[in-house]
Design a protein around this ligand. Structure first.
Ligand code: NDP
Length: 297
């Protein structure tokens, strides 16, 4: 039997629509227009595309977008100065610094300079700590998007066995905490895990966030499992002509699809969720900064 395909693109479009309604309500009832500032340092081509998409989608949901493009030679002091200005600007409710930063800038120091209330990426140590201790902080976008997709097929995760492959601060660790918060029994695998195939075969829910093309074999998947593939890997695709490429995930999709109960494709799965959740987080941040309760999305 073939798995249900979890359509992240459609889910993200629905979420952006809900955000747009929330933005309209906030404007109408309280005269507040949420604002998102995105800071890009340097010329990394992938980062430039992400920033352009973020700007466009921010405007599409009715928010104000403030993009700051700085040259790669920008020094740390200048960047910290900009963060300080954005922290103090009441029109800015969310601040995102596009990573990676050039090597001469200490990314941890820059993230720590963002007001935690405006840290819509959820990377500030205060927000990481709040997630760890079950408090009300800002939650990293990609893992929160993954949780939404999982709960779109299975709302109650109590007692489910979840395996998160990858332990980065931006995906793996927060993902594991979110799943634990939903009462799943969580295992985290990483490059030193001894029997990855065995771990995968026991998981009712699998989240793969490694960055290695199709490293998780379909035959390892537990029949009926929910499979969330965060990986985005560009591989060569000779069938597309010379120099052709295509995107694949961390999971061997064709064979995993034959065993899983539900699975996200790459592209069109987790990818589109990240910006949609970023906009949701910005709306939440704007509510909190105005002393209002969280919007219901
Ligand atoms: P990192 O490189 O920071 O982390 C990768 C993790 O995978 C590490 O914890 C590493 O273990 C683990 N790992 C590496 N090799 C193996 C292995 N052989 N077996 C088990 N685990 C292994 O990556 P990120 O978390 O930042 O991103 C992961 C993937 O998700 C990437 O493909 C990235 O492009 C994608 N991504 C997609 C997003 C989106 O859809 N919007 C957003 C963010 C990321 P160890 O810690 O031991 O080194």
């Amino acid at each position: 039997m073939s798995a249900r395909i979890i359509d992240g693109k459609a889910f993200a479009a629905g979420l952006r629509e809900k955000v747009a309604h929330g933005v309209a309500r906030l404007k109408e009832q309280h005269g507040i227009t949420p604002g998102l500032a995105v800071v890009l340092v340097g010329e990394d081509p992938a980062s430039r595309v992400y920033v352009r998409n973020k700007e466009r989608m921010t405007q599409e949901v009715g928010m104000r977008s403030f993009a700051h493009r700085l040259p790669a030679t920008t020094n740390e002091e200048r960047l910290l100065g900009l963060i300080d200005e954005l922290d103090c600007d009441p029109a800015v409710h969310g601040i995102l610094v596009q990573l990676p930063l050039p090597a001469h800038i200490d990314a941890a120091k820059v993230i720590a300079a963002i007001d935690p209330a405006k840290d819509v990426d959820g990377f500030h140590p205060v927000n990481a700590g709040l997630l760890m201790t079950g408090g009300r902080g800002m939650v990293p976008c990609t893992p929160l998007g993954c949780l939404m997709l999982i709960q779109s097929v299975r709302e109650d995760l109590s007692g489910a066995r979840a395996l998160v492959v990858g332990r980065s601060n931006i995906v793996g660790k927060p993902m594991a905490l979110l799943l634990m918060g939903e009462n799943a029994t969580v295992t985290i695998a990483h490059s030193r895990t001894r029997d990855l195939a065995g771990e995968v075969s026991r998981a009712d829910i699998l989240v793969a966030a490694v960055g290695r093309p199709e490293m998780i074999r379909g035959e390892w998947i537990r029949p009926g499992a929910i499979v969330i593939d965060v990986g985005i890997n560009r591989v060569s695709a000779p069938e597309k002509g010379e120099g052709g490429t295509r995107l694949v995930g961390d999971v061997e999709f064709a064979s995993a699809q034959m065993r899983a109960g539900a699975i996200t494709p790459v592209p069109g799965g987790v990818g589109p969720m990240t910006i949609a959740v970023l906009l949701r987080n910005t709306l939440v941040a704007a509510h909190r900064q105005a002393g209002l309760g969280d919007p219901d999305i």
